[in-house]
Design a protein around this ligand. Structure first.
Ligand SMILES: Cc1cc2nc3c(=O)[nH]c(=O)nc-3n(C[C@H](O)[C@H](O)[C@H](O)COP(=O)(O)OP(=O)(O)OC[C@H]3O[C@@H](n4cnc5c(N)ncnc54)[C@H](O)[C@@H]3O)c2cc1C
Length: 488
C-alpha cells in the first residue's frame, strides 16, 4: 500500500516536496491556509531567480524554456563553482563557518534545478539584471543566471502543474492548526476540528515573518512595527506546532532578511499588484545619498559596499531608529541614477529647490540637527576622488563619526528630493533542525517520527543576509529531501 503524505503549505518548498513524494509512489495531499488566489506563499512574490553552482554554460541549456533563443550563441554564462557559492554564503555569515545546511544547499543545488527541469519547470536567463553586453557578447556576472519562466508566479504554476499531473491533491482555505500524535509519533494533522491521518507530515508553512507577536518576541520590540513584504499567511504556525511537540529551535531567531521600504506602503506584499509594481515599494538607492533619522542624524555608512551586500541588513538598521523610520535624501546630481522604484507612481517623497525648504517638508525630524548633519557631511566629502557608481570608488567622507565609504558626493545641487522609509521584513532565519532525510529533530537530536520540514522553516541556512536567489533554491533542495524522506 502506498504511503500517505500530508504537506502543510503550497509554496516552492511544499511543491518540491510533493513532487518528490509522488515520484516515490506516495499519495500526497497539500493543505493550504490561503484561498486559491493567495496560495503559493512568498514564492509568488519573488522574481523566480534561483542560484545554483555550475561549471559551464553547457549545463544550463537543457534547463531553458527556449534553448533556441538567438542571444544564446553570443552569451558567456561563465561558471559558478561550488567554492564560489560557498564563499558567497560565508560572506553573510558574520564569521560563522559554513553550516551543514549551507553545505547541502550548495552541493545539491545543480542536481535539484536539473530535477525540477525534468519535471517541466523551465527557466530563462536573467539578461536584463545579471548580464552586460561587451564586444557584442552578453556576459553574465555574479553567479545568479537563471530565473523560472514568468518569475515567482511562473515557478509556482509550473511546480503546481507537475504536482497535479503526478496525481497530487491540494485543498485551499485549510489552515493546519495542530499535529495529530500517537505517543511520540506524528500521525496526521488537524484542520480545526477535522482530524486527518497520514504516515508522514511535511511542514512547509514558511517562517514567522507575518506574525507581529512572534517577530517581537524572537527578533525584538522594534519588529512589531515592520512592514511585511510577502504573504500575510506565514505566521509561524508550523514552527509553533513542531516546537510544542519537542522540536529543537535551530538558527538565528533574532535575525531576518529586511530591506528599506516606502514608509507609506500598505502592509503585506500586494499579490494583486503586478510584480513590477510590488517591487517598486522597495527603496534601496541610499548609497547615492544619505539617510537621516528622526533626531536628524546619519546612522550608517550608506556607501559601505555595493547595495546587494548591504540592503538586507539596512532594513533592520532603519527599523531600529527612533519612530522606526528614516529619510533618504538625494540631490539632482543623482536623480538619473535612482532606480525606477523612485519614479514609481505610488512613491512617497517631498521635493524642493533649496535644501532648507526640503528640510521644512520632511515630517517627524529634528530640523535644526538635520541641517547641521547635512552641512557637516558636505564639508567632510573628499573632493579629490571621482564619483563612479559602477565600482567601489573610494570617494568617501573624512573625519565624520559615521563615515560614508564610497560614492560620497556633496548634497548641494538643487532640486532636492527626500523619501521616507521604514524596514520591511522579507523572511525569518530561525527555524527547525532537520537531518539528512528532512526529519525534524527533537532536543536530543533524534528524529520526531513522522515529522519532516523544509523551506523557510529550516534553520541555519541563512544568518545575516543571503546571496540573491538562494532562498528559492534552498526551498527546492530541502523540499526534495523532505519529500523523499517522508516517502521512505
Ligand atoms: C518580496 C519577496 C521577494 C523575494 N525574492 C526572492 C528571490 O528573488 N529569490 C529567492 O531565492 N528568494 C526570494 N524571496 C524569499 C523566498 O520567497 C522564500 O525563501 C521562499 O519562497 C520560501 O518558500 P517556502 O515554500 O518555504 O514558503 P512560502 O512560499 O512562503 O510558502 C509557505 C506557505 O505555507 C502556507 N501556510 C502558512 N501557515 C499555514 C498553515 N497553518 N496551514 C496551511 N498552510 C499554511 C502559506 O499560506 C504559504 O502558502 C523573496 C521573498 C519576498 C517576500
Amino acid at each position: 500500500m502506498s504511503n500517505k503524505v500530508i504537506i502543510v503549505g503550497s509554496g516552492n518548498a511544499a511543491l518540491s516536496a510533493g513532487i518528490a513524494s509522488l515520484e516515490k509512489g506516495s499519495k500526497v495531499t497539500i493543505y493550504e491556509k490561503a484561498d486559491k488566489k493567495m496560495s503559493g506563499g512568498n514564492t509568488k512574490y519573488t522574481a523566480g531567480a534561483m542560484r545554483f553552482s555550475y561549471e559551464s554554460g553547457d549545463q544550463l541549456i537543457g534547463l531553458l524554456q527556449n534553448p533556441n533563443d538567438e542571444r544564446i550563441k553570443d552569451t558567456d554564462f561563465g561558471s559558478y563553482t561550488k567554492e564560489k557559492f560557498k564563499s558567497d554564503l560565508l560572506s553573510f555569515n558574520d564569521g560563522r563557518p559554513l553550516s551543514w545546511e549551507q553545505d547541502i544547499l550548495v552541493s545539491k543545488s545543480l542536481e535539484t534545478i536539473q530535477w525540477l527541469s525534468s519535471h517541466n519547470v523551465k527557466f530563462e536567463p536573467i539578461y536584463s539584471r545579471q548580464s552586460f553586453v561587451k564586444d557584442g557578447k552578453h556576459i553574465f556576472w555574479g553567479g545568479l543566471t537563471l530565473a523560472a519562466e514568468n518569475e515567482g508566479v511562473g515557478l509556482f504554476n509550473q511546480e503546481l502543474a507537475a504536482f497535479l499531473s503526478l496525481g497530487g491533491k491540494i485543498f485551499y482555505e485549510s489552515p493546519v492548526t495542530n499535529l495529530l500524535l500517537n505517543g511520540n509519533k506524528v500521525t496526521g494533522i488537524y484542520v480545526g476540528d477535522n482530524k486527518i491521518e497520514a504516515d508522514a507530515v511535511i511542514l512547509a508553512s514558511g517562517g514567522f515573518e507575518a506574525n507581529d507577536n512572534l517577530r517581537k518576541s524572537f527578533i525584538g520590540d522594534d519588529w512589531s512595527k515592520a512592514k511585511v513584504r510577502g504573504t500575510p499567511h506565514n505566521t509561524g504556525d508550523g514552527l509553533r506546532m513542531a516546537l510544542e511537540i519537542g522540536a529543537i529551535k535551530h538558527g538565528l531567531y533574532e535575525g531576518c532578511h529586511a530591506t528599506p521600504m516606502d514608509l507609506h506602503m500598505k502592509n503585506y506584499g500586494g499579490l494583486d499588484l503586478e510584480p513590477k509594481e510590488r517591487k517598486n515599494y522597495r527603496k534601496i538607492c541610499y548609497f547615492l545619498g544619505i539617510m537621516i533619522n528622526a533626531k536628524g542624524h546619519r546612522f550608517l555608512d550608506e556607501g559601505k559596499n555595493f547595495r546587494n551586500y548591504t540592503y538586507a541588513q539596512y532594513g533592520r538598521k532603519v527599523l531600529e531608529q527612533p519612530g522606526h523610520f528614516a529619510w533618504q535624501i538625494f540631490d539632482s546630481k543623482v536623480f538619473d541614477l535612482l532606480y525606477e522604484e523612485y519614479r514609481f507612481h505610488d512613491a512617497h517623497f517631498v521635493e524642493s529647490k533649496s535644501i532648507d525648504e526640503l528640510i521644512e517638508k520632511m515630517d517627524g525630524i529634528d530640523k535644526i540637527e538635520t541641517r547641521k548633519t547635512i552641512e557637516e557631511y558636505n564639508k567632510a566629502v573628499d573632493l579629490t576622488t571621482s564619483f563612479d557608481p559602477t565600482t567601489l570608488d573610494g570617494k568617501s567622507t573624512k573625519g565624520l563619526e559615521i563615515k560614508k565609504s564610497n560614492w560620497a558626493q556633496r548634497i548641494d545641487k538643487g532640486p532636492f528630493k527626500a523619501f521616507p522609509v521604514t524596514g520591511g521584513i522579507t523572511f525569518t532565519y530561525g527555524g527547525l533542525k532537520i537531518n539528512s532525510k528532512g526529519s525534524v529533530l527533537n532536543k536530543n537530536n533524534k528524529p520526531i517520527s513522522g515529522l519532516f520540514a523544509c523551506g523557510e522553516l529550516v534553520g541555519s541556512v541563512f544568518f545575516n543576509g543571503y546571496p540573491g536567489g538562494s532562498g528559492l533554491t534552498s526551498g527546492a533542495v530541502f523540499g526534495r529531501i523532505a519529500g523523499y524522506g517522508a516517502s521512505e
